[in-house]
Design a protein around this ligand. Structure first.
Ligand SMILES: NC(=O)C1=CN([C@@H]2O[C@H](COP(=O)(O)OP(=O)(O)OC[C@H]3O[C@@H](n4cnc5c(N)ncnc54)[C@H](OP(=O)(O)O)[C@@H]3O)[C@@H](O)[C@H]2O)C=CC1
Ligand SMILES: O=C(O)CCC(=O)C(=O)O
Ligand SMILES: [Mg+2]
Length: 737
């Protein structure tokens, strides 16, 4: 394990499309940086890697793997960290089950996922799998706050090469629907922990009979921590979803549910399950027991449900009858019949809502027809930003990409801030009663009356991360002079506590006039107005809005979030460079397997590489790293200037071509620079070889495309097959080594 982390730059092994891209790009990186004596190691944080590391018991020595995520989690708390982090799978249960089955088929003797653990042994396995599920990587590595923005060159490129945008009609029926009350927003309580209150707290459920069940014990709450508690009423949610389905039908639009079941891995699958139950309500009423006996868990989605009931003609007929009576359903993939309610991980709000908005408020129905959609986002904490965006475009028409300014983000993220750290403190109430937080000094901090099935959660934001976040916001505003808005709602309990932190700092530093504090809805309207006028804005937000806005604005402004610069300045001095803001796009792998074309855009990796090298230059006083970093920035610019980003269509240049061009421009820049004569001399022949090889290399890369490609697995492809597919140019391989 130590070896895997013992290098200047750690470049993570992940999953799906970005991992395929690494098979082509990493050899290039290694070749170039070795000229400066820089080493690169590849810790494995892939879903398959994490499963293998968790269950070593029955594996052979060859199969066993170290727990690289745990080791990286420690490293990011030290100044030595210099990590390039590519997007990884945050697995839903169906994805986890598929990965386990694939590994078992490859000969890994690991336990099957216990859907309904009965024995102690099964329960223990389930606990270990649950730690792998959902967003289990990012919160561990994000020991710093987030600075995401479009590099100037990327923004200029987008303005000069506008992507397509759907037109917005003022009479579009697309809208956002949220609960009228009794949601997380309505029930939130928040307080900042005082010195007298600090210490190990616990969370208790008190039954109607007075019996106490400890849900969480030894839960440290430090002084200065903003601690919230809230719940969503299951009854209110059910009633709302039933109404929303009816409302969609009377509007004549499509029903779509948008949530984040991966990052909110405890609460959101439950909410998703309520939607599945509401959609198929008559079927659950009539066949509830039979379906339970078949192992149906609505939280896993309609896809899993249909598989389980397929053999029962009565249930299938009932499902068909209900479906006929429902409004149209928003589809994830009309061709393959994948509905919005199929798999909880298929409709991830940060990507799915911008896709609807970019398309002019359109989704696709089962027949593949485009139409307006009712975007159901049950909780109101953040739904307002999408509602306001939709209202804005209905009133003003789509954003003009050629002139629009940019919204950057400074996000409070460190140390599992806010909702994204709430998995261990989220509970579905087992019965009617009270859920309360009892502090170390015996005081009750927050308590709520709940009913069985209500979803209760607590989240925290720690003092040091909050202070660091405010500092980062001040820095970014000072460096850019942009409009800067804290997206905080004074009427929301949690935000009101944060405002108590923010205001005194702004006053003390004499910069209060440079910052505004606005509720998310107002901040959305203001920011859209600002960028429409061609100016820039900095959105200073909590963790969830960091996630939502860094897809929403880039997807509108740049066409994708893949091109974002995504820097995490670690609080202990290290650097974590995330690639883009988006995920790992499963459909890209499908395309590669079917057509040997990888449309994944590595712009995020290019930007992160430049940042990582420049960081290395600063922190290790390594001038050669600085030369390599500046040249990498020039190469990135070259990719944009010359339109070398991958095309989406087979037989056109893809991800592998873009890596060739990146290497070429990188070598050219290194050969041409005069800061380091040794490096210039070393890279001149390489630059020449890459230029001389252009015709052969591009022909070899093009020749590979078209037929199906075998990579020997989805979650754990074979390293050899992957390399063979992703490095099809013998000429390039001979140059890069
Ligand atoms: N930081 C992380 O680790 C993150 C991980 N994820 C994980 O990624 C997976 C997919 O999530 P999803 O919400 O669908 O989000 P994605 O960002 O993967 O997908 C949304 C769409 O964005 C486009 N896209 C994103 N990145 C790129 C890229 N580099 N090049 C080209 N196009 C890109 C693609 O659209 P098109 O092809 O139509 O242009 C894609 O279908 C899940 O497993 C999720 O858990 C998600 C977000 C962040
Ligand atoms: O960790 C995850 O599941 C997704 C992270 C994400 O979407 C983001 O940080 O933008
Ligand atoms: Mg995101």
């Amino acid at each position: 394990m130590a070896d895997k982390l013992n290098a200047d730059i750690l470049y993570t092994i992940v999953d799906e499309a970005p991992e395929l891209a690494s098979a082509s790009f990493l050899p290039i990186i290694r070749k170039f940086v070795s000229a400066a004596g820089i080493t690169v190691a590849t810790p494995d944080i892939s879903l398959a890697g994490r499963i293998i590391a968790t269950f070593p018991e029955n594996l052979t020595d060859d199969q066993r793997q170290s727990d690289d995520l745990a080791a990286l989690g420690e490293l990011v708390k030290t100044p030595a960290a210099n990590v390039i982090k590519l997007p990884n799978i945050s697995a839903s249960v169906p994805q986890l089950v598929a990965a386990i089955e694939e590994l078992q088929a490859q000969g890994y003797d690991i336990p099957t996922y216990p859907e309904e653990p009965a024995t102690d042994a099964e329960k223990a396995v389930r606990v270990r799998y649950d730690a792998i599920k959902g967003s289990a990587v990012n919160p561990v590595l994000r020991e710093g706050n987030s600075d995401r923005r479009a590099a100037r060159a990327v923004k200029n490129y987008a303005q000069n090469n506008p992507h397509s945008m759907g037109a917005w009609a003022s009479d579009s029926k697309t809208k956002v629907s949220s609960m009228p009350g009794d949601d997380f927003y309505a029930n939130e309580k928040s307080a900042t922990i005082t010195a007298a209150q600090a210490g190990d707290a616990k969370i208790e459920f008190v039954g109607r009979d007075g019996s106490i069940t400890v849900l969480k014990d030894g839960w440290p709450l430090d002084e200065g921590t903003v601690a919230d508690a809230t719940f969503m009423s299951a009854k209110a949610l059910g009633a709302f979803l039933t109404d929303a389905i009816e409302d969609t039908k009377s509007d004549g639009t499509m029903f779509s549910l948008h949530m984040k079941a991966t990052m909110m891995k405890v609460s959101d699958p439950i909410i998703f399950g309520h939607a599945v139950k509401a959609w198929l309500a008559p079927v659950f009423e009539k066949f509830g027991d039979e379906m339970a006996a078949l192992g149906v868990n609505p939280n896993s989605g309609m896809g899993d449900l249909l598989d389980r009931v397929a053999g029962n003609a009565d249930i299938m007929a009932a499902i068909e009858a209900v479906t006929g009576d429902r409004p149209a359903m928003y589809m994830v993939d009309s061709d393959k019949g994948i509905t919005n309610l199929h798999v909880p991980s298929d409709v991830i709000i940060d990507a799915s809502m911008p896709a609807v908005i970019r398309a002019g408020g359109k989704g696709w129905d089962a027949a593949g027809a485009k139409g307006d959609t009712n975007c159901v986002i049950p909780d109101r904490c953040y739904a307002t930003i999408y509602d306001e965006t939709i209202n804005f475009f209905k009133a003003n028409g789509a954003l003009d990409v050629t002139t629009a300014g940019s919204v950057a983000n400074v996000g409070l993220m460190a140390q599992k801030a806010e909702e994204y750290g709430s998995h261990p403190t989220t509970f579905e109430a087992a019965a009617d009663g009270v859920i309360r937080i009892v502090l170390a000094n015996g005081e009750t901090l927050h308590s709520h009356d709940v009913e069985a099935g209500d979803i209760w959660r607590s989240c925290t934001a720690k003092m040091a991360p909050i202070e660091n976040w405010i500092e980062l916001a001040l820095d970014r505003q000072r460096l850019t002079g942009s409009e800067a808005i804290f997206w905080l709602d004074a009427n929301r309990a949690h935000d009101a506590q944060l405002i108590e932190y923010v205001k005194p700092v702004l006053e003390a530093k004499g910069v209060a006039d440079k910052f505004q504090i606005m509720a998310p809805r107002e901040a959305t309207a203001q920011s859209l107005k600002t960028i429409t006028a061609g100016h820039d804005s900095i959105a200073i937000t909590g963790n969830v809005l960091r996630d939502y806005l860094t897809d929403l604005f880039p997807i509108l402004e740049l066409g994708t979030s893949a091109k974002m610069l995504s820097i995490v300045k670690l609080m202990k001095g290290g650097g974590l460079f995330e690639t883009g803001a988006g995920g790992s796009a499963p459909k890209h792998v499908q395309q590669l397997v079917e057509q040997n074309h990888l449309r994944w855009d590595s712009m995020g990796e290019f930007c992160a590489l430049g940042e990582s090298l420049n960081f290395l230059a600063d922190t290790q006083n390594n001038a050669k790293a600085g030369v390599l970093g500046r040249a990498a920035e020039e190469a990135t610019q070259g990719i944009l200037d010359n339109n070398n980003s991958p095309s989406r269509k087979v037989s056109e240049p893809d991800n592998r071509d873009s890596h060739y061009w990146f290497a070429r421009y990188w070598a050219d820049a290194l050969a041409a620079q005069s800061d380091d004569a040794e490096l210039a001399a070393e890279f001149a022949p390489l630059a020449k070889a890459l230029a001389d090889g252009e015709a052969a290399i591009t022909a070899e890369l093009a020749a590979a495309q078209g037929p199906a490609a075998d990579i020997g697995g989805y979650y754990r492809p074979s390293a050899e097959l992957k390399a063979k597919v992703m490095r099809p140019s013998a000429t390039l391989n001979a140059i890069v080594g």
